[in-house]
Design a protein around this ligand. Structure first.
Ligand SMILES: Cc1ncc(COP(=O)(O)O)c(C=O)c1O
Length: 429
């Protein structure tokens, strides 16, 4: 632990006062610590672990692949795990998706998506320079993905280095006409290269949910003006919103999609960017400057692809699809049941995701002080929740039992009582 304290830099964590909890092993929905704690992972370890920890089938697929072909340069070479994964993904992705580009994580999947869209216009010799994103968006931490995300305290040191982006509000029943009008104004200049969005749920923004029909309205406007539509499904992909992909709930298909997180069941880092024939066509050229010069050392790592194939097969099995449905029903029921609690500002659910916005004197924000009270309260009770400010959310691995999920819901209910009557109420901003 001393080495950790003195030499390891943890993500999204201040170097002052950090004290990470050591985890020795994990199985199913539980994390086990060396001092005997059994912590329920109600957030799927940063939203990646969809089949539970240390799943024997994925572990075995990794072992077999590591003993066969652990890695090979993916420029000029190929291998079965990448081909099998491509076949599996194309069998379920929206029908217009045609080609797969591999990278290592969600940020790079988005980075690749943006670069593909920008080079599409370059190759067409019709340069377009503007990108449109939604307010509150989070698309990752590399420079391109940061540029299209909401600007705030996280990104402030880098603002001078980020490219310009036009933001439009997340559509809702009240503003949809105004947002569509604003988007029409922006795209009518024919300068807009791409529109990027997190379909149905803006995760890091605080699990902000918005209906497919409003997104369809915006996508129609964008498509009418030739704008490339990029669905960032890094978070929503692989069953999170109830369907395999959130875009399956849309009528208008995206041109490019970014995937990661759940793709390997939370075992190994892997990112995927997929594109339609229209995008691919702009790169079908022997002109050297039309080639997509992008790649990573671990592009399409065979072990990660093998893990993803096994995770995909588990996801497609009847039991898993049923589990996703049952979790969805249970989360929705709890959201409805708790929505009138005086400490709840808003309760919402989408697929396997439950989000509860807590009543505080401060505004809803990542930096709301209630965050630490919530985090510590649940950890003391061996429940891992990682609230986004005053938004508590749960999105468990799909192997969670209904009794286990119920115990998390009951703990949340207990916390609300604690807030109403106890010390928690005084700690907010
Ligand atoms: C919608 C979305 N896009 C991209 C990312 C970045 O993914 P990664 O953390 O793997 O770089 C995230 C991460 O939370 C995300 O939620």
């Amino acid at each position: 632990m001393q080495t950790d304290r003195d030499h390891i830099w943890h993500p999204f964590t201040s170097l002052v006062g950090m004290s990470p909890i050591p985890v020795e092993s994990a199985k199913g929905v539980y994390l086990f610590t060396p001092d005997g704690r059994k912590i329920i992972d109600a957030v799927s370890s940063w939203w990646v672990n969809i089949h539970g920890h240390s799943h024997p089938r994925i572990a075995n697929a990794i072992y077999e692949q590591a003993n066969t072909l652990e890695h090979v340069i993916f420029a000029g070479f190929t291998h079965k795990p990448a081909i099998k994964l491509t076949q599996r993904l194309l069998s379920v992705l929206p029908e217009n998706q045609k080609r797969i580009f591999f990278s290592d994580n969600g940020s790079t999947a988005v980075e690749v998506a943006l670069k593909m869209a920008m080079q599409f216009w370059f190759n067409k010799q019709k340069p377009r320079k503007k990108v449109i994103a939604l307010e509150g968006a989070y698309h990752g931490d590399t420079f391109g993905s940061m540029s299209v995300g909401e600007r705030g305290d996280f990104t402030r040191p880098f603002h001078p280095f980020l490219f310009e982006v036009e933001y439009i509000p997340v559509p809702d029943a009240e503003n949809i006409d105004a947002v569509a009008t604003r988007l029409t104004e922006l795209v009518s200049t024919n300068e807009v290269a791409a529109f990027i969005f997190e379909p149905l749920v803006q995760a890091a923004a605080g699990m902000v949910m918005y209906p497919a029909e409003y997104l369809d309205t915006l996508l129609r406007v964008a498509k009418d003006h030739g704008v490339i539509c990029i669905a960032d499904e890094v978070f929503t992909g692989f069953g999170r919103t109830g369907t395999l992909f959130a875009t399956q709930q849309l009528s208008v298909l995206p041109d490019i999609m970014a995937l990661s997180k759940g793709i390997t069941g939370g075992t190994l880092p892997l990112g995927v960017t997929t594109c339609s024939e229209k995008i691919e066509d702009a790169f079908m050229s022997s002109e050297r400057s039309h080639t997509f010069y992008h790649g990573h050392s671990y592009t399409a790592n065979p072990i990660a692809c093998a893990a993803a194939c096994e995770s995909f097969d588990l996801l497609m099995a009847f039991e898993c699809r049923e589990a996703i449905e049952q979790i969805g029903i249970q989360q929705q029921k709890f959201a409805e049941q708790i929505s009138n609690h005086p400490m709840i500002r808003d309760a919402r659910a989408c697929g396997t995701i439950l989000a509860l916005e807590l009543e505080t004197s401060g505004r809803t924000s990542y930096f709301n002080q209630l965050r630490n009270t919530i985090y510590n309260y649940f950890l003391e009770r061996d429940i891992l929740l990682r609230p986004l400010g005053n938004v508590i959310y749960t999105l468990p691995p799909y192997v969670i039992t209904s009794a286990e999920l119920d115990s998390v819901h009951r703990a949340i209910q207990g916390f609300l009582e604690f807030l109403q009557t106890g010390d928690g109420a005084t700690e907010e901003t």
